[in-house]
Design a protein around this ligand. Structure first.
Ligand SMILES: *Cc1c(COP(=O)(O)O)cnc(C)c1O
Length: 453
């Protein structure tokens, strides 16, 4: 046994402390112990004992790993533009600049500059949202799940909420409409059948305990065939005949008509407001393309009621979100959303532009001796918008040289920057629909690095 020749923990700690005097001693001690344990296991397995410089280098690497951020940027080569797992909407330059500007120092977050007294954080977004959606009032909270929860607690706690059986669904990430209703203290009254629900089903379920009618946009699945749901305007008519509000949870929602890109129609917020929904809820970081937020627009009295609810304080957004969301909304107001907001830049990129980039990337990879091929593919939009719909795209298919496509994909994810790609027919496919042109070079470098190592 050559454990005797192994430097002591103290010797390793002293050497590392001399090198990194600012690093916390406990971290160095834990890293040194872990490295020495590995060394002992390697010696027991027959390896020669490492010397002090080798152990110090190993501790240095351990420390670097514990100082590295856990949350970091990556290249999304899945083709899915809005993916919750990958951080949803990338932010526009204007949004990022606004968030930085407001976070560097102080701001008038809740301060009325004209009056020189306390103001409200809600004023910064409300007029923009009112102008863009046609609603009377608006309120922004932490995310859309919070928006729905606040609306239900504020308007329906202890009473009944009518939902179509086909809409009592799970949105994802554990957000189930029946559970949210229960948590808000409201009672779910399901009407109709899974595939067909009529306006008269809602009308028949209304009684003196009914608080509101809830419509939930089916954002992650599509029923096809023998199906029926009433139009929103029909539902609004039923609700209003009985003096009840209609709450429309759009999920993604959009301010821009998606049909101009050859996609199906994702419901617009403006259309829901115009059809008579009394409150409409949607996410800030899905098709809107802004920071994480939940947006509630609708009738002034109802929005006011929610704003005054004690829970509104617990779900409120911070100054960075307000600044980023306001800048994003300004792009819509100026008519510059397609040009300035990354989600729309990606959606509106013509497939020919993606094909040209796929060929350029393929040429660079082939020149480096990597078996790559430019291919045509289809990508989903994601983020609970346009379920089942895809858009023509282009990508690069890479064949694994050693091992299989799964190990190649894993090695791409382990790179710097990590690349998350798709596996199709035992090949790794980098779909360029969700890759920004300025990332192409880094994508090539990352793939080449994996093949060289
Ligand atoms: C995404 C979604 C939600 C949840 O929104 P978050 O912003 O993720 O909290 C709620 N309802 C629907 C219909 C959705 O699609």
């Amino acid at each position: 046994m050559s454990f005797r020749h192994l430097p002591s923990v103290d010797a390793v700690i002293r050497a590392v402390c001399a090198e990194q005097p600012d690093a916390p001693r406990e971290l160095i001690r834990d890293a040194a112990r872990a490295v020495l344990a590995q060394a002992r296991a390697a010696i027991a397995a027959g390896s020669p004992p490492p010397d002090l410089p080798a152990l110090v280098a190993a501790v240095r690497a351990e420390l670097a790993a514990s100082f590295a951020p856990s949350l970091r940027p990556l290249i999304n080569a899945t083709g899915v533009i809005i993916q919750t797992n990958l951080g949803r909407a990338p932010l526009s330059a204007a949004a990022r600049a606004a968030m930085q500007a407001v976070s560097e120092g102080y701001s008038n977050l809740e301060y009325d500059l004209a009056a020189g007294e306390r103001g409200s954080r809600h004023v910064h977004l409300e007029s923009l949202l009112v102008r863009l959606t046609g609603a009377e009032a608006a309120l922004v909270v932490n995310n859309n799940a919070a928006a729905v929860y606040l609306a239900l607690i504020g308007l329906a706690a202890g009473r009944e909420v009518i939902v179509s059986r086909g809409q009592a669904v799970e949105i994802g990430g554990g957000f189930r409409i029946p559970d949210v209703l229960r948590a808000s203290g409201a009672t779910l009254v399901e009407v109709g059948t899974t595939n067909r629900t009529y306006a008269r089903d809602y009308a028949a379920a209304i009684n003196e305990r009914t608080a509101l009618i809830l419509r939930v946009h089916a954002s992650n699945f599509r029923l096809i065939g023998f199906v029926h749901e009433p139009e929103l305007a029909e539902l609004a008519a039923v609700a209003h005949e009985h003096g009840l509000p209609l709450l429309d949870d759009l999920g993604s929602g959009t301010l821009i008509d998606t049909r101009q890109f050859g996609l199906q129609a994702e419901p617009t917020v403006q259309a829901s407001v115009a059809a008579g929904a009394d409150l409409v809820t949607f996410s800030g970081d899905k098709l809107l393309g802004g920071p994480q937020a939940g947006i509630i627009v609708g009738r002034r009295d109802l929005v006011g009621q929610l704003r005054r609810h004690p829970l509104a304080r617990a779900l409120r957004v911070d100054k960075c979100t307000i600044a980023g969301l306001a800048a994003t909304l300004h792009s819509y107001l100026r008519g510059a959303a397609l040009r300035e907001i990354p989600v729309w830049q990606l959606i509106s990129t013509p497939v020919e532009a993606l094909q040209r980039r796929a060929e350029t990337i393929t040429a660079a990879l082939t020149a480096a001796g990597i078996p790559a091929r430019a291919i045509a593919c289809e990508s989903a939009i994601g983020g609970g918008s346009l379920p089942g719909a895809t858009q023509p795209s282009a990508g690069v298919a890479i064949a694994p040289v050693a091992g299989n496509a799964t190990t190649l994909a894993a090695r791409l994810r382990a790179g710097d920057p990590p690349v998350v790609a798709r596996i199709v027919d035992e090949q790794v496919v980098c779909d360029l629909r969700s890759v920004f042109p300025m990332e192409d070079e880094r994508l090539v470098t990352a793939i080449v690095a994996v093949y060289r190592s």
